[in-house]
Design a protein around this ligand. Structure first.
Ligand SMILES: [Zn+2]
Length: 206
């Protein structure tokens, strides 16, 4: 990983590891964020675990209260992921996390006042409005800054030299990140790069 990306990942990890946050993804949960890690390529991961909070989750996290343990999920973000002093976004419309203690408290306090039979989707919209009022959507910057063209937001050519690799029945194991992908999968292979990690490859047909 290039030093700038490594620094950003480390900054993000040291800011947010182990902290409580408001998790927003077509719904809202209060969570704790653990195990923030990055490895090769343009990927950074974390585990989120729900903190039981009266009135949450709303939206797609609404579920019957009986017998349901805390939700746990592993999240991963790619080259469009962004962060700020108090927030972290997957990018391109995925999840967002808001870590400011004032915002976490305000959302938890707000949700606690939801009536028992409140519409969960209405609750989600109300929390989004509250986040807007609280200025939760602060300006962000890219974690993998120079992997993205600033104008278009498109994935940019990796600067590292191309690596030759042997294809087998249209499949390739990327020698850089170790992930296996199909050459016909345009989400993974753009004809020049493995778009998961950004490495340029020269494909040698078997
Ligand atoms: Zn790769």
């Amino acid at each position: 990983m290039n030093p700038k990306h490594a620094n950003n990942c480390e900054e993000l990890r040291s800011r947010f590891e182990g902290r409580e946050a408001i998790y927003v993804e077509k719904g809202v949960l209060q969570v704790r964020v653990n195990n923030i890690s990055s490895g090769r390529g343009f990927v950074i991961r974390a585990d989120v675990e729900e903190i039981a909070t009266a009135g949450l989750g709303v939206g797609m996290f609404h579920r019957p209260p009986l017998g349901a343990g805390p939700l746990r999920r592993s999240i991963a973000a790619g080259y469009l992921t962004t962060f700020s002093a108090q927030s972290w976004q997957m990018g391109y419309g995925g999840w967002s996390l808001y870590f400011s203690p004032e915002i976490v408290q305000a959302v938890a306090g707000f949700a606690a006042r939801f009536p028992e039979n409140a519409d969960p989707n209405e609750g989600y919209k109300e929390v989004c409005r509250l986040l807007m009022e609280l200025n939760a959507y602060e300006p962000t910057r890219l974690v993998f800054s120079d992997a993205v063209c600033p104008g278009s937001g498109k994935f940019r050519m990796s600067d590292s030299p191309a690596i030759g690799v042997q294809a087998s029945s249209g499949w390739v194991v990327c020698p850089y990140c170790g992930k296996r992908f199909a050459l016909f999968d345009s989400r993974r292979w753009d004809g020049e790069r493995h778009t998961t990690c950004g490495q340029r490859l020269i494909i040698n047909a078997a």
